[in-house]
Structure formats: structure tokens, C-alpha cells
Design a protein around this ligand. Structure first.
Ligand SMILES: Cc1cc2nc3c(=O)[nH]c(=O)nc-3n(C[C@H](O)[C@H](O)[C@H](O)COP(=O)(O)OP(=O)(O)OC[C@H]3O[C@@H](n4cnc5c(N)ncnc54)[C@H](O)[C@@H]3O)c2cc1C
Length: 475
């Protein structure tokens, strides 16, 4: 990956100028913090009532905590690790990683290991599963054949069936370039939201402002520059002038907010970018769910749940009462579809029934449940997304003081560290650097994979932000 030079023209930020940042998720807060450190006046406008975006922690009325999907803090980027350490210090805990696949009452390693799968399933069942894979739609809602290779490379370890079978043979297992997944990960004691609350406090200590429940609905672009942002608040509309605008909202929403200054082609392309949405039903149980995994992928037919998190196994502090559990049953859906639109009480009943059907917490009693819907959890890499993205960038890139960063802000399957890196590189660009921010997270390496010779310990490369090594590792 090369992030050293970019054709994009960017307006330099001066001390005392005002930057408005849309979204208080990891990317927006990181950008705001880095700008505030350089003396730029920052205002963060967040539509929701909490910070953290998808990486928030939800806290219920009795203090039970859960994530929108469990969030591991893993990075190959020393600059990001340094920020996490600075913000959270010894509130970080090390968590052993265990995640398996539940299939018809049996458990299989995740990612799949060929021998484990074949011995557990038997050859006939294994062949049947391979045959059904092409038509599978559970997670993405589209056939697997329509998902671009970039996603698979980032998410499922570039694992082909052929490679999986080869890896099961003693001969190839001695390969020098062994790939391993991390066995422990770091996690804030009180969940990922603790990180983003800590970042917000640091930002405010530097003089930055975070305005919650400010949903940006318009960005005024006049004579080729972003001039002001308009947000809806409980007290009515608020117009805020800006020298620079950094957006982390979805590209679809960003282009829409720019209104008539966006050409029809870009507006149409932005509307065609696709997303997969997500809802979690958090169940508080009297009694313990005894499975040792942090999370379990559910491939068992006959249920709709896609994954089950056991938050006690992430951090004991997520569950305030001994002898109880907090599970997150995760459902992949489209905003507005039948599942998304079901009343909360029905979703809690569905999750309760499916938990019993899967027999994951025998003897435990469900005390209550809470539903959180997260629109646009996943940007979809379908067959047309690159074309649509190019059309959107054709409109946004020439505006020198408007920057779009993060996950949905770049329609990219970015984890927290990638999202933060796009923020840091953008701030450097605003101070004269020429990074190609779009090159972050573009290589075909699985996010959590470490490649190393069989005899060497797994130590991630250390290099400062902006050096060649950091850029390569960032990809
Ligand atoms: C199920 C799931 C599991 C994940 N697990 C991990 C993991 O284990 N480790 C990891 O590192 N990453 C993980 N991620 C990715 C991580 O959540 C994202 O990388 C990160 O949250 C992206 O940060 P962001 O700031 O770009 O966007 P977001 O987190 O989406 O934040 C954007 C913010 O902008 C706000 N916003 C949007 N529109 C407007 C508007 N019009 N006006 C005002 N505010 C607005 C939103 O409310 C939100 O707060 C996971 C993601 C998902 C979906």
C-alpha cells in the first residue's frame, strides 16, 4: 500500500480556525482530538445521545453492559496502540480469545480448520455444506457469489477450501510461512464505549466541544468549498460556520446533505451504495451461560440468530451481579425488513426461544431483554460498489476543505484502528502532508492475522505514524 502521495488538494488548517466534525465515533473523535492538539478549534456534532458510534457500549438501567457486536482492540499500528494506551491506561484488560461455530448441536473451530470440520461433520455432510455455500444469504442478504473478493480477503483469512484441505495434510503443515490468529485481545474493562468516553474527556480538556443529539442534515457548499453545517436539535435547527468539515456519516447521507451542489450522477451513485443492517437483542439471565467462548457463530438451521456474544467472557465488569449473564443475540437484516420492523417485545421473545432451541444456557432463566438496532453496520462490497464510489469521490474529492473518513464515511470495511488511521492521516494532510487516505486497509491481509516464520515469536512491527513501515502495516 502506498499512502505517501495523493493527488487530492487539501486546504491547510491554521491555528484558531474552526473544524466541524460530523459523528462522535472512533474516526470523528480521533480527528477532533488530533486537531485540538494542533490548536484548531473543533466542534463535534453527534446525532445520537452517546459517543462511540458502532463502537459504543450500551448500559441498561441496572448497569448491564453490552456491545453492538463484541469489539476487540487489536491493531498492527503502533500509533493507534499508543493512543489507546494514552486514553485508557491500565483500564485495558487482556482477554483470551475463543470463538467457535455452532452447527446442529456441535462446535467447530473458527476460522474453520479442515480436519476439525471434516472429522466433526463426516464427508457427506461436509460436501452438502460446500454445495449449499453458493446460495447462502444469511449474513449479507445477497448470494456469496456477489460479494467482492476484498471483503473475503479482509474477513475470512483468504481461506479457500483447497487451502483448508491442504493445510490439514502433515506435509503442508510444515510450511515456513505459518499464519496464525491472535489468541488474546485487549478490551476496555467496561466495554469499548469506555475508550470513546475517555477520548471525549481528553478532547474536552483540550477545549474541544462535543454536541450530542445534533443530527447533521445539510452541508452548505458554496463556490466549491464547504462553508457551514446545519444540524437538527431538540431546540430546533442550528447552523454552524466552518473553515473545515470532516464527515464520518455514510457517503449516502453526506452526498444527500450536500443537496443541489451534488451533481445528479453522484447523488444517484450515493443512493445505490448498499448496506447491511444489524440488530442485537441483549438478554439478562438469572444463571450462567456455561459456554467458554467470547462469541459463537450460529450456522445451525432453523434459527435466525447469526451470532451469540457472552459478555461475561469479555469482561466480568460487564455484568454487575454474580451468578447472572448478559448475552447478545445478533441478527443480520435490512433496515425496514420484517425482522427489523418487529416490535421489541417480539424480538426479545424470538431471542429467548432461539437461545433455548440452541441449548446455550441450560437451566438459566431470562429476566429481561433490550433491543438495539444499528443501521448501516456493514458497507456492502457488491458488484457495482466501486463504480458508485468513484462517482461519489468525483464530487467530494475536489472540495478542498471537506473530508470524508472512517468506515461508512469511506464505504470501507474498516475496523476501529483503520477508521482512526484515516482520521490521523487526514489531519496530517490538513497540515501539509499528502497521504492517500483511501489506501488505508486495502491490502488483502486478514485483519487479525500475523504471518511469521514457524520458529519466531509473533511481534507486530513497530514504527511511528508516517514512516514507510507504518504505512505498509496500516494497509
Ligand atoms: C458487528 C460489528 C462488530 C465489530 N467489531 C469490531 C472489532 O471487534 N474491532 C474493531 O476494531 N472494530 C470492529 N467493528 C468496526 C467498528 O465498529 C468501526 O470501525 C468503527 O466504529 C467505525 O468508526 P467510525 O467513526 O468511522 O463510524 P461509526 O462508529 O459508525 O460512527 C459514526 C458516528 O456518526 C454519527 N452520525 C451518522 N450520521 C450523522 C449525522 N447525520 N449527524 C450527526 N451524527 C451522525 C453516528 O451516530 C455515529 O456515532 C465492528 C463493527 C460491527 C458492525
Amino acid at each position: 500500500m502506498n499512502v505517501a502521495s495523493s493527488p487530492r488538494v487539501v486546504t491547510t488548517a491554521q491555528r484558531g480556525e474552526h473544524a466541524v466534525i460530523v459523528g462522535a465515533g472512533p474516526a470523528g473523535l480521533t480527528a477532533a482530538y488530533a486537531l485540538a492538539q494542533r490548536g484548531v478549534r473543533v466542534t463535534v456534532l453527534e446525532g445520537d445521545a452517546v459517543v462511540g458510534g458502532i463502537s459504543r457500549t450500551v448500559v441498561d438501567e441496572e448497569g448491564y453492559r453490552f456491545d453492538i457486536g463484541g469489539h476487540r482492540f487489536f491493531t498492527k499500528l503502533p500509533a493507534i496502540q499508543a493512543l489507546w494506551d494514552e486514553w485508557l491506561g491500565d483500564e485495558f484488560i487482556d482477554v483470551p480469545r475463543l470463538s467457535r461455530i455452532h452447527y446442529r448441536g456441535r462446535y467447530f473451530d473458527y476460522p474453520l480448520k479442515a480436519w476439525n470440520a471434516l472429522s466433526g461433520l463426516g464427508p457427506v455432510e461436509a460436501a452438502r455444506i460446500v454445495a449449499s455455500y453458493v446460495a447462502a444469504r444469511k449474513v449479507w442478504g445477497i448470494p456469496c457469489t456477489e460479494i467482492r473478493a476484498e471483503w473475503a480477503a479482509q474477513r475470512i483469512q483468504g481461506l479457500s477450501l483447497f487451502r483448508a484441505i491442504l493445510s490439514a495434510t502433515p506435509l503442508t503443515r510444515r510450511d515456513a510461512g505459518i499464519r496464525t490468529l491472535i489468541h488474546t485481545f485487549r478490551y476496555p474493562r467496561l466495554g469499548p464505549g469506555q475508550m470513546w468516553e475517555a477520548c471525549r474527556a481528553r478532547l474536552e480538556a483540550l477545549g474541544g466541544t462535543v454536541c450530542l443529539e445534533h443530527r447533521v442534515r445539510a452541508i452548505e457548499v458554496v463556490d466549491g468549498r464547504a462553508r457551514a453545517v446545519v444540524a437538527s436539535t431538540a431546540a430546533g435547527e442550528r447552523r454552524i460556520e466552518a473553515d473545515h468539515v470532516i464527515s464520518t456519516m455514510s457517503l449516502r447521507a453526506l452526498v444527500d446533505a450536500c443537496g443541489e451542489s451534488a451533481p445528479t450522477g453522484a447523488a444517484e451513485a450515493a443512493r445505490r451504495l448498499a448496506y447491511r443492517d444489524f440488530l442485537v437483542v441483549a438478554l439478562v439471565l438469572e444463571g450462567r451461560a456455561h459456554f467458554p467462548d467470547n462469541w459463537i457463530y450460529v450456522h445451525t438451521p432453523g434459527v435466525q440468530v447469526g451470532r451469540v456474544q457472552n459478555f461475561t467472557n469479555w469482561s466480568a465488569a460487564m455484568v454487575p451481579h454474580a451468578g447472572r449473564s448478559c448475552l447478545g443475540l445478533e441478527y443480520f437484516c435490512f433496515e425496514g425488513d420484517a425482522l427489523w420492523s418487529r416490535p421489541d417485545a417480539e424480538l426479545v421473545a424470538l431471542a429467548t426461544a432461539e437461545l433455548a432451541q440452541l441449548d446455550l444456557a441450560p437451566g438459566a432463566r431470562v429476566l429481561r431483554g433490550q433491543v438495539v438496532r444499528m443501521p448501516k453496520a456493514y458497507p456492502v462490497y457488491d458488484a457495482a460498489y466501486r463504480t458508485h464510489l468513484a462517482a461519489v469521490r468525483g464530487f467530494i474529492d475536489p472540495i478542498p476543505n471537506l473530508h470524508t473518513i472512517g468506515r461508512n464515511g469511506m464505504h470501507k470495511y474498516n475496523n476501529q484502528d483503520h477508521s482512526m488511521l484515516t482520521a490521523l492521516l487526514t489531519v496530517e494532510n490538513m497540515h501539509g502532508a499528502r497521504h492517500d487516505v483511501w489506501a488505508v486497509n486495502t491490502d488483502f491481509e486478514y485483519h487479525e492475522e500475523q504471518r511469521r516464520p514457524a520458529t519466531e515469536p509473533a511481534v507486530p512491527a513497530a514504527a511511528p505514524l508516517g514512516s514507510g513501515a507504518a504505512r505498509v502495516a496500516a494497509a
